[in-house]
Design a protein around this ligand. Structure first.
Ligand code: ATP
Ligand code: MG
Length: 415
Protein backbone atom coordinates (compact mmCIF):
# COMPACT_ATOMS: atom_id res chain seq x y z
CA UNK A 1 0.00 0.00 0.00
CA UNK A 2 1.10 3.51 -0.64
CA UNK A 3 1.56 4.52 3.01
CA UNK A 4 3.85 1.57 3.63
CA UNK A 5 5.74 2.18 0.43
CA UNK A 6 6.23 5.80 1.35
CA UNK A 7 7.48 4.77 4.77
CA UNK A 8 10.51 2.95 3.38
CA UNK A 9 13.71 4.84 4.26
CA UNK A 10 15.69 6.57 1.57
CA UNK A 11 12.88 6.72 -0.99
CA UNK A 12 12.58 9.64 -3.34
CA UNK A 13 10.10 11.81 -1.45
CA UNK A 14 8.54 13.25 -4.57
CA UNK A 15 7.83 9.82 -5.99
CA UNK A 16 6.57 8.69 -2.61
CA UNK A 17 4.04 11.44 -2.31
CA UNK A 18 2.78 12.35 -5.73
CA UNK A 19 0.28 10.96 -8.14
CA UNK A 20 -0.48 7.29 -7.81
CA UNK A 21 1.84 6.97 -4.82
CA UNK A 22 -0.21 9.38 -2.69
CA UNK A 23 -0.69 8.19 0.88
CA UNK A 24 -4.36 7.38 0.69
CA UNK A 25 -6.48 7.67 3.82
CA UNK A 26 -8.35 4.87 5.54
CA UNK A 27 -7.77 1.16 5.88
CA UNK A 28 -5.49 -0.51 3.38
CA UNK A 29 -5.73 -3.97 1.87
CA UNK A 30 -3.53 -5.33 4.64
CA UNK A 31 -5.81 -3.88 7.30
CA UNK A 32 -3.38 -1.13 8.27
CA UNK A 33 -4.36 2.47 8.69
CA UNK A 34 -2.21 5.24 7.21
CA UNK A 35 -0.88 7.32 10.09
CA UNK A 36 0.31 10.92 9.92
CA UNK A 37 2.51 12.61 12.49
CA UNK A 38 2.85 16.16 13.71
CA UNK A 39 5.63 17.77 15.70
CA UNK A 40 3.99 19.94 18.34
CA UNK A 41 0.75 19.66 20.27
CA UNK A 42 -0.69 23.19 20.17
CA UNK A 43 -3.96 24.33 18.64
CA UNK A 44 -2.57 24.25 15.11
CA UNK A 45 -1.59 20.61 15.63
CA UNK A 46 -5.05 19.94 17.04
CA UNK A 47 -6.78 21.32 13.95
CA UNK A 48 -4.39 19.39 11.68
CA UNK A 49 -5.18 16.20 13.60
CA UNK A 50 -8.91 16.86 13.33
CA UNK A 51 -8.68 17.46 9.56
CA UNK A 52 -6.57 14.32 9.08
CA UNK A 53 -8.90 12.21 11.20
CA UNK A 54 -11.99 13.42 9.38
CA UNK A 55 -10.40 12.01 6.21
CA UNK A 56 -9.70 8.66 7.86
CA UNK A 57 -6.04 8.99 8.80
CA UNK A 58 -4.68 7.94 12.15
CA UNK A 59 -2.57 10.57 13.87
CA UNK A 60 0.42 10.84 16.18
CA UNK A 61 1.41 13.97 18.06
CA UNK A 62 4.87 14.42 19.53
CA UNK A 63 4.86 16.98 22.34
CA UNK A 64 6.57 17.06 25.74
CA UNK A 65 3.39 18.17 27.57
CA UNK A 66 1.25 15.53 29.25
CA UNK A 67 -1.85 17.47 28.22
CA UNK A 68 -1.69 19.41 24.98
CA UNK A 69 -4.51 20.61 22.70
CA UNK A 70 -3.47 18.20 19.92
CA UNK A 71 -2.33 15.36 22.19
CA UNK A 72 -5.81 15.30 23.73
CA UNK A 73 -7.52 14.50 20.43
CA UNK A 74 -4.89 12.41 18.64
CA UNK A 75 -4.95 8.60 18.38
CA UNK A 76 -1.42 8.53 19.76
CA UNK A 77 0.61 10.99 21.78
CA UNK A 78 4.35 10.52 22.14
CA UNK A 79 5.29 12.49 25.20
CA UNK A 80 8.91 13.38 24.67
CA UNK A 81 11.23 16.25 24.07
CA UNK A 82 11.54 17.33 20.43
CA UNK A 83 15.19 16.26 20.40
CA UNK A 84 14.71 12.93 22.16
CA UNK A 85 15.99 10.18 19.85
CA UNK A 86 13.66 7.54 21.22
CA UNK A 87 10.66 9.79 20.79
CA UNK A 88 11.64 10.61 17.22
CA UNK A 89 12.23 6.91 16.48
CA UNK A 90 8.75 6.06 17.77
CA UNK A 91 7.24 8.80 15.66
CA UNK A 92 8.96 7.49 12.52
CA UNK A 93 7.99 3.95 13.31
CA UNK A 94 4.31 4.88 13.49
CA UNK A 95 4.04 7.43 10.67
CA UNK A 96 3.98 7.43 6.91
CA UNK A 97 4.71 11.18 6.82
CA UNK A 98 5.31 13.99 9.29
CA UNK A 99 4.50 17.69 9.46
CA UNK A 100 5.07 20.42 12.01
CA UNK A 101 2.76 22.87 13.69
CA UNK A 102 5.25 25.44 14.97
CA UNK A 103 8.40 26.93 13.51
CA UNK A 104 10.58 26.46 16.55
CA UNK A 105 10.92 22.69 16.18
CA UNK A 106 14.67 22.06 16.49
CA UNK A 107 16.08 21.75 12.97
CA UNK A 108 18.17 18.61 13.84
CA UNK A 109 14.95 16.78 14.75
CA UNK A 110 13.43 17.55 11.33
CA UNK A 111 16.67 16.52 9.62
CA UNK A 112 16.58 13.16 11.45
CA UNK A 113 12.94 12.62 10.56
CA UNK A 114 13.47 13.78 6.97
CA UNK A 115 16.17 11.17 6.41
CA UNK A 116 13.62 8.42 6.91
CA UNK A 117 10.17 9.78 6.16
CA UNK A 118 8.56 12.42 3.97
CA UNK A 119 8.62 15.57 6.10
CA UNK A 120 6.80 18.71 4.98
CA UNK A 121 7.73 21.49 5.30
CA UNK A 122 11.40 20.57 5.07
CA UNK A 123 14.01 21.18 7.76
CA UNK A 124 15.60 23.70 5.42
CA UNK A 125 12.42 25.78 4.96
CA UNK A 126 11.64 25.68 8.68
CA UNK A 127 15.25 26.64 9.44
CA UNK A 128 14.88 29.77 7.33
CA UNK A 129 11.51 30.74 8.81
CA UNK A 130 12.76 30.35 12.38
CA UNK A 131 15.58 32.83 11.92
CA UNK A 132 14.64 36.42 10.99
CA UNK A 133 18.10 37.05 9.55
CA UNK A 134 17.82 34.12 7.11
CA UNK A 135 14.17 34.91 6.47
CA UNK A 136 14.92 38.49 5.45
CA UNK A 137 17.77 37.33 3.21
CA UNK A 138 15.26 35.00 1.56
CA UNK A 139 12.79 37.85 0.95
CA UNK A 140 15.60 39.89 -0.58
CA UNK A 141 16.43 36.93 -2.87
CA UNK A 142 12.79 36.82 -3.94
CA UNK A 143 12.75 40.53 -4.77
CA UNK A 144 9.88 41.27 -2.38
CA UNK A 145 10.14 44.69 -0.64
CA UNK A 146 10.76 44.56 3.11
CA UNK A 147 11.31 47.05 5.93
CA UNK A 148 14.81 48.57 5.94
CA UNK A 149 16.76 46.64 8.58
CA UNK A 150 20.14 45.94 10.09
CA UNK A 151 21.48 42.72 11.59
CA UNK A 152 22.84 43.18 15.11
CA UNK A 153 25.01 40.31 16.32
CA UNK A 154 27.91 42.24 17.83
CA UNK A 155 28.84 45.64 19.25
CA UNK A 156 30.37 46.82 15.97
CA UNK A 157 27.10 46.18 14.13
CA UNK A 158 25.21 47.98 16.89
CA UNK A 159 27.47 51.02 16.51
CA UNK A 160 27.16 50.94 12.72
CA UNK A 161 23.32 51.13 12.67
CA UNK A 162 22.21 53.86 10.27
CA UNK A 163 20.33 56.77 11.85
CA UNK A 164 17.40 56.43 9.51
CA UNK A 165 16.49 53.01 10.99
CA UNK A 166 15.31 54.87 14.09
CA UNK A 167 12.73 54.90 15.45
CA UNK A 168 12.64 51.16 14.96
CA UNK A 169 11.72 47.78 16.39
CA UNK A 170 14.45 45.52 17.71
CA UNK A 171 13.47 41.87 17.25
CA UNK A 172 15.33 38.75 18.34
CA UNK A 173 16.39 36.72 15.31
CA UNK A 174 14.99 33.54 16.84
CA UNK A 175 12.14 32.37 19.07
CA UNK A 176 9.93 35.46 18.93
CA UNK A 177 6.14 35.18 18.63
CA UNK A 178 3.06 37.25 19.46
CA UNK A 179 5.25 40.34 19.83
CA UNK A 180 7.53 38.62 22.37
CA UNK A 181 11.27 39.23 22.00
CA UNK A 182 10.66 42.72 20.59
CA UNK A 183 11.23 46.26 21.77
CA UNK A 184 10.37 49.60 20.21
CA UNK A 185 13.31 51.99 20.36
CA UNK A 186 13.44 55.64 19.39
CA UNK A 187 17.14 56.48 19.76
CA UNK A 188 20.58 54.88 20.05
CA UNK A 189 20.57 54.84 23.85
CA UNK A 190 17.26 52.96 23.89
CA UNK A 191 18.54 50.62 21.21
CA UNK A 192 21.64 49.72 23.23
CA UNK A 193 19.57 49.25 26.39
CA UNK A 194 17.00 47.09 24.57
CA UNK A 195 19.71 44.87 23.06
CA UNK A 196 21.22 44.41 26.53
CA UNK A 197 17.73 43.56 27.87
CA UNK A 198 17.48 40.91 25.15
CA UNK A 199 20.78 39.48 26.48
CA UNK A 200 22.69 40.59 23.37
CA UNK A 201 21.35 37.66 21.34
CA UNK A 202 21.38 38.03 17.54
CA UNK A 203 18.70 40.54 16.54
CA UNK A 204 17.44 42.60 13.66
CA UNK A 205 16.54 46.25 13.94
CA UNK A 206 13.67 47.17 11.64
CA UNK A 207 12.65 50.66 10.77
CA UNK A 208 9.25 51.48 12.30
CA UNK A 209 6.89 51.87 9.34
CA UNK A 210 3.63 53.84 9.14
CA UNK A 211 1.05 51.07 8.75
CA UNK A 212 -2.32 51.57 7.15
CA UNK A 213 -3.27 47.91 7.52
CA UNK A 214 -1.89 44.39 7.78
CA UNK A 215 -2.74 41.33 5.77
CA UNK A 216 -1.55 37.79 5.20
CA UNK A 217 -1.67 35.24 2.42
CA UNK A 218 -1.81 31.49 2.86
CA UNK A 219 -0.68 29.16 0.09
CA UNK A 220 -0.39 25.39 -0.11
CA UNK A 221 2.31 23.94 -2.36
CA UNK A 222 2.62 20.28 -3.27
CA UNK A 223 5.60 17.99 -3.92
CA UNK A 224 5.08 18.55 -7.64
CA UNK A 225 5.23 22.35 -7.30
CA UNK A 226 1.48 22.92 -7.74
CA UNK A 227 0.47 25.91 -5.63
CA UNK A 228 -2.99 27.07 -4.54
CA UNK A 229 -3.93 30.03 -2.38
CA UNK A 230 -6.55 31.66 -0.22
CA UNK A 231 -7.37 35.30 -0.91
CA UNK A 232 -5.48 37.71 1.37
CA UNK A 233 -7.08 38.27 4.74
CA UNK A 234 -6.93 41.56 6.58
CA UNK A 235 -5.53 41.32 10.11
CA UNK A 236 -5.78 43.56 13.13
CA UNK A 237 -3.15 43.09 15.83
CA UNK A 238 -3.45 44.37 19.37
CA UNK A 239 -0.40 44.37 21.64
CA UNK A 240 1.51 42.38 19.01
CA UNK A 241 -1.11 39.58 18.98
CA UNK A 242 -3.61 38.89 16.21
CA UNK A 243 -7.02 40.07 17.40
CA UNK A 244 -9.33 40.11 14.35
CA UNK A 245 -9.17 38.69 10.82
CA UNK A 246 -11.55 39.92 8.14
CA UNK A 247 -11.84 37.77 5.05
CA UNK A 248 -14.13 38.85 2.23
CA UNK A 249 -13.97 40.38 -1.18
CA UNK A 250 -13.20 44.08 -0.94
CA UNK A 251 -11.27 43.80 2.35
CA UNK A 252 -8.34 45.38 0.52
CA UNK A 253 -7.60 46.94 -2.86
CA UNK A 254 -7.63 44.31 -5.62
CA UNK A 255 -4.24 45.37 -7.03
CA UNK A 256 -2.58 45.01 -3.61
CA UNK A 257 -4.24 41.66 -3.04
CA UNK A 258 -2.90 40.41 -6.35
CA UNK A 259 0.62 41.57 -5.50
CA UNK A 260 0.48 39.93 -2.09
CA UNK A 261 -0.54 36.59 -3.60
CA UNK A 262 2.17 36.78 -6.28
CA UNK A 263 4.82 37.64 -3.65
CA UNK A 264 3.73 34.74 -1.43
CA UNK A 265 3.89 32.28 -4.31
CA UNK A 266 7.36 33.56 -5.26
CA UNK A 267 8.51 33.10 -1.64
CA UNK A 268 7.15 29.52 -1.60
CA UNK A 269 8.51 28.60 -5.03
CA UNK A 270 11.99 29.92 -4.33
CA UNK A 271 12.11 27.67 -1.24
CA UNK A 272 10.78 24.65 -3.19
CA UNK A 273 8.34 24.71 -0.30
CA UNK A 274 6.02 21.79 0.40
CA UNK A 275 3.11 22.33 2.77
CA UNK A 276 1.05 25.30 3.96
CA UNK A 277 2.87 28.62 4.18
CA UNK A 278 1.60 31.94 5.49
CA UNK A 279 3.24 35.25 4.66
CA UNK A 280 2.36 38.38 6.63
CA UNK A 281 2.44 41.81 5.00
CA UNK A 282 2.22 45.44 6.01
CA UNK A 283 0.22 47.90 3.93
CA UNK A 284 1.86 51.30 4.31
CA UNK A 285 0.06 54.62 4.47
CA UNK A 286 -0.24 55.77 0.85
CA UNK A 287 1.16 59.25 1.24
CA UNK A 288 4.04 58.27 3.55
CA UNK A 289 7.69 58.72 2.65
CA UNK A 290 8.24 55.02 3.32
CA UNK A 291 5.53 54.05 0.81
CA UNK A 292 7.11 56.32 -1.77
CA UNK A 293 10.52 54.74 -1.19
CA UNK A 294 9.47 51.11 -0.81
CA UNK A 295 6.00 50.75 -2.35
CA UNK A 296 2.79 50.20 -0.38
CA UNK A 297 3.13 46.48 0.21
CA UNK A 298 5.92 45.29 2.50
CA UNK A 299 6.58 41.71 3.56
CA UNK A 300 6.84 41.21 7.33
CA UNK A 301 7.47 37.54 8.05
CA UNK A 302 6.46 34.02 7.16
CA UNK A 303 5.16 31.03 9.09
CA UNK A 304 5.96 27.54 7.74
CA UNK A 305 2.58 26.15 8.75
CA UNK A 306 -1.12 27.04 8.88
CA UNK A 307 -1.66 30.39 10.55
CA UNK A 308 -4.00 31.96 13.07
CA UNK A 309 -5.21 34.37 10.37
CA UNK A 310 -6.41 31.37 8.33
CA UNK A 311 -8.69 29.83 10.93
CA UNK A 312 -11.77 31.28 9.23
CA UNK A 313 -11.12 28.84 6.35
CA UNK A 314 -12.49 26.05 8.58
CA UNK A 315 -15.97 27.54 8.38
CA UNK A 316 -15.97 29.80 5.33
CA UNK A 317 -14.19 27.74 2.64
CA UNK A 318 -14.73 24.42 0.91
CA UNK A 319 -11.18 23.39 1.87
CA UNK A 320 -9.57 24.68 5.06
CA UNK A 321 -5.90 25.45 5.54
CA UNK A 322 -5.67 22.23 7.58
CA UNK A 323 -7.30 20.16 4.82
CA UNK A 324 -4.63 21.53 2.50
CA UNK A 325 -1.90 20.70 5.02
CA UNK A 326 -3.10 17.08 4.97
CA UNK A 327 -3.28 17.06 1.17
CA UNK A 328 0.19 18.54 0.68
CA UNK A 329 1.70 16.10 3.16
CA UNK A 330 0.11 13.03 1.62
CA UNK A 331 0.38 14.00 -2.03
CA UNK A 332 -3.39 14.16 -2.54
CA UNK A 333 -4.76 16.56 -5.18
CA UNK A 334 -4.48 20.27 -4.42
CA UNK A 335 -7.46 22.29 -5.51
CA UNK A 336 -7.88 26.04 -5.39
CA UNK A 337 -10.05 26.56 -2.28
CA UNK A 338 -13.33 28.44 -2.71
CA UNK A 339 -14.62 30.76 -0.01
CA UNK A 340 -18.38 30.38 0.17
CA UNK A 341 -19.11 33.03 2.80
CA UNK A 342 -17.66 36.30 4.01
CA UNK A 343 -16.02 35.75 7.38
CA UNK A 344 -14.71 37.57 10.41
CA UNK A 345 -12.65 35.78 13.04
CA UNK A 346 -12.14 36.98 16.59
CA UNK A 347 -9.27 35.53 18.57
CA UNK A 348 -10.29 34.41 22.05
CA UNK A 349 -7.47 35.21 24.44
CA UNK A 350 -7.23 34.12 28.05
CA UNK A 351 -8.06 37.69 29.10
CA UNK A 352 -11.72 36.85 28.39
CA UNK A 353 -11.72 34.39 31.31
CA UNK A 354 -10.81 37.10 33.83
CA UNK A 355 -11.62 36.07 37.38
CA UNK A 356 -12.06 32.45 36.31
CA UNK A 357 -15.47 33.17 34.78
CA UNK A 358 -16.34 31.60 31.43
CA UNK A 359 -17.43 34.06 28.68
CA UNK A 360 -21.19 34.17 27.93
CA UNK A 361 -21.13 31.49 25.20
CA UNK A 362 -24.90 31.01 25.42
CA UNK A 363 -25.43 34.61 24.28
CA UNK A 364 -22.62 34.50 21.71
CA UNK A 365 -23.97 31.29 20.19
CA UNK A 366 -27.41 32.88 19.86
CA UNK A 367 -25.90 35.08 17.11
CA UNK A 368 -26.44 33.69 13.60
CA UNK A 369 -23.38 32.30 11.81
CA UNK A 370 -21.28 31.90 14.97
CA UNK A 371 -18.70 29.08 14.92
CA UNK A 372 -16.98 28.58 18.25
CA UNK A 373 -13.65 26.75 18.40
CA UNK A 374 -12.06 26.18 21.80
CA UNK A 375 -8.73 24.41 21.97
CA UNK A 376 -9.16 22.37 25.14
CA UNK A 377 -6.69 24.43 27.16
CA UNK A 378 -7.34 24.00 30.84
CA UNK A 379 -5.77 27.21 32.11
CA UNK A 380 -6.55 30.68 30.83
CA UNK A 381 -3.90 33.36 31.17
CA UNK A 382 -3.46 36.83 29.73
CA UNK A 383 -2.63 36.73 26.02
CA UNK A 384 -2.97 32.93 25.80
CA UNK A 385 -4.83 31.78 22.70
CA UNK A 386 -7.76 29.77 24.09
CA UNK A 387 -9.85 29.56 20.95
CA UNK A 388 -11.40 31.56 18.14
CA UNK A 389 -14.83 32.54 16.98
CA UNK A 390 -15.69 32.86 13.30
CA UNK A 391 -18.79 34.53 11.91
CA UNK A 392 -20.13 33.61 8.50
CA UNK A 393 -23.24 34.96 6.82
CA UNK A 394 -24.89 35.91 3.56
CA UNK A 395 -23.38 39.39 3.32
CA UNK A 396 -20.40 41.33 4.65
CA UNK A 397 -22.78 43.71 6.45
CA UNK A 398 -24.45 40.80 8.24
CA UNK A 399 -21.13 39.27 9.27
CA UNK A 400 -19.85 42.61 10.56
CA UNK A 401 -23.02 43.13 12.58
CA UNK A 402 -22.84 39.72 14.27
CA UNK A 403 -19.07 39.86 14.85
CA UNK A 404 -19.36 43.33 16.41
CA UNK A 405 -22.25 42.13 18.59
CA UNK A 406 -20.07 39.24 19.78
CA UNK A 407 -17.17 41.59 20.49
CA UNK A 408 -19.52 43.69 22.63
CA UNK A 409 -20.77 40.64 24.54
CA UNK A 410 -17.17 39.56 25.16
CA UNK A 411 -15.99 43.02 26.20
CA UNK A 412 -13.60 43.25 23.23
CA UNK A 413 -12.88 46.54 21.48
CA UNK A 414 -14.75 47.20 18.24
CA UNK A 415 -12.79 47.09 14.97
P1 ATP B 1 3.74 36.59 15.25
O1 ATP B 1 2.91 36.20 16.40
O2 ATP B 1 2.96 37.04 14.06
O3 ATP B 1 4.83 35.62 14.91
P2 ATP B 1 5.91 38.29 15.98
O4 ATP B 1 6.17 38.26 17.43
O5 ATP B 1 6.78 37.50 15.09
O6 ATP B 1 4.43 37.94 15.73
P3 ATP B 1 5.94 40.58 14.20
O7 ATP B 1 4.99 40.00 13.22
O8 ATP B 1 7.32 40.82 13.77
O9 ATP B 1 5.97 39.79 15.57
O10 ATP B 1 5.34 41.95 14.78
C1 ATP B 1 4.12 41.96 15.48
C2 ATP B 1 3.34 43.19 15.10
O11 ATP B 1 4.08 44.40 15.41
C3 ATP B 1 3.07 43.30 13.61
O12 ATP B 1 1.95 42.54 13.24
C4 ATP B 1 2.86 44.82 13.48
O13 ATP B 1 1.58 45.18 13.95
C5 ATP B 1 3.90 45.40 14.41
N1 ATP B 1 5.17 45.62 13.70
C6 ATP B 1 6.19 44.74 13.55
N2 ATP B 1 7.21 45.26 12.83
C7 ATP B 1 6.85 46.51 12.49
C8 ATP B 1 7.48 47.57 11.74
N3 ATP B 1 8.69 47.41 11.19
N4 ATP B 1 6.81 48.74 11.61
C9 ATP B 1 5.58 48.89 12.17
N5 ATP B 1 4.94 47.94 12.88
C10 ATP B 1 5.55 46.76 13.05
MG1 MG C 1 3.79 38.44 12.95
Amino acid sequence: MSGQAAAAPGRDLRAATSGAAAMLPGTTGSGQQTTLGVMGGGQLGRMFVQAAQSMGYFTVVLDPDVISPAGLVSHYHIQSDYRDEQGLAQLMQRCAAITTEFENVPAPALITLGAHRPVAPSAEAVGIAQDRIKEKAHFVRCGVPLAPYAVIENAAQLAAVADDLLPGILKTARLGYDGKGQARVSNRAELAAAWADLKNVPCVLEKLLPLQAECSVIVARGWDGACVNFAPQRNLHRDGILAVTQAYEGNMAAALAERAVAATKAIANELQYVGVLCVEFFVLQDDSEAAQALGTLIVNEMAPRPHNSGHYTLDACDLSQFDLQVRTLTGLPLLQPRQHSPAIMLNLLGDLWAGGVSPPWDQVLALPGAHLHLYGKLKASKGRKMGHLTFTGATVAEVRTTALAAARLLGMDAF
